[in-house]
Design a protein around this ligand. Sequence first.
Ligand code: GDP
Ligand code: MG
Length: 439
Amino acid sequence: ALSDSLDKTFRNLRGVGKISEKNITDALREIRLALLEADVEFGVAKEFIAKVKEKAMGVDVFKSIKPGEQIVKIFNDELTHLLGDDAEALNLNPPAHILLCGLNGAGKTTTAAKLALRLQKEGRRPLLIACDLYRPAAIDQLATLAKQINVPCFTPDPDEKNLVKVAKQALAWAKDQQGTALIFDTAGRQEIDEKLVAELKELHRFVSPAETLLVADSATGQQAVSVARHFDEAVGITGIILTKLDGDARGGAALSMRQVTGRPIKFIGEGEKLDQFGVFHPERMASRILGMGDVVSMVETAAENINEKDAIKAAERIQSGKFDFNDFLDQMNMLRKLGPLDGLLGMLPGFNKIKKQIPADAFDENKMKRMEAIVLSMTPRERTRPELIKGSRRRRIANGSGNTIIEVNRFLKQFTQMRKMMKSKGKMKNMMQQLGGME
Ligand code: GDP
Ligand code: MG
């Protein structure tokens, strides 16, 4: 809860919190579960956790959050980093040969057309080449898609079974067509089989592609590692395209494949339509995999908005009873920077428990502005020495801030009470109640 966290911020002045084995055990368990639920391959999850955990040990924890929350953020950042590292644009030096490979049903044929559409929109001249000779329907499927987007498509003779021969014809055809990017759609299997791999290798050798992209269904579970490893060993993939992210899959395959091949994820498919395709966003994928976006954004907000040193300085002043109107202004600003408060507070674990104790309008912006106006109407000397503010000074402040003298008196009285209370107890919860009580 906010009051708890402020409590901690202000009271626990003994050194900065650090991440330790002990204070993140629960969080690590949750992270592990999240990764496994996202279908990250077991071994990959284990390795990833061990690596990041070791890296995180001893890292400072913002006082306003818990070590467990901080570690979720660290994992999220590392995951984003890992997924997004060295992601480069495709190598498209014309005539760029792009070979798509992957299991059956992964989305190769659809993705071939999607990629063609994208390259066409970029002003290139893509060509589609049907190299799935196992099912006549596969050739028709690609040809139909190609027609939809007005991209020329090479369709081999249905009786031709020699892949290299087909590729040779296709290259000659492509030259005539003056294409700048040639996309080869290949056959897949339910599982990797030796014959398929041998043929793919042969095609790969002949075509010598600048990009060999593994097309994988984002719902690929534990087999993601073996699939990625297999294709990578066979033909040396240069990147990964993850399909069907419009589905329920949390996309753990992204991490598994990335980790095993060291190859970047280049694009994602997000639907059956040909324009439902885009570049890969590592940060979105990370939060999809970890599924802890709330905690992450909470920690980010805390990190961005609360200057730890300022908070500690203020806390010291509070405890020494020196809290003055300048500190008050600082606190107001700090509270405001936390906004939108409702959203932030809602994310804090345990907030609801103490919600009742904080008056509903404690953070009312109008009220805060009025209090601020009063303080801003004080002279610098008055701000540091509240006890000076008597009689005519009060009237001047009231006039200056557009308040009545009654309002100013009430504010000053409450401020004095608050200060006394802080000195005696340092209880931020009560301070919150005081703030709420101010009219
Ligand atoms: P291939 O066997 O690897 O060539 O796979 P296909 O391209 O034939 O796709 C198999 C099925 O998945 C088809 O019904 C596609 O429409 C569908 N598909 C492909 N990509 C996506 C995607 O990103 N989202 C969804 N929802 N379906 C997709
Ligand atoms: Mg296909």
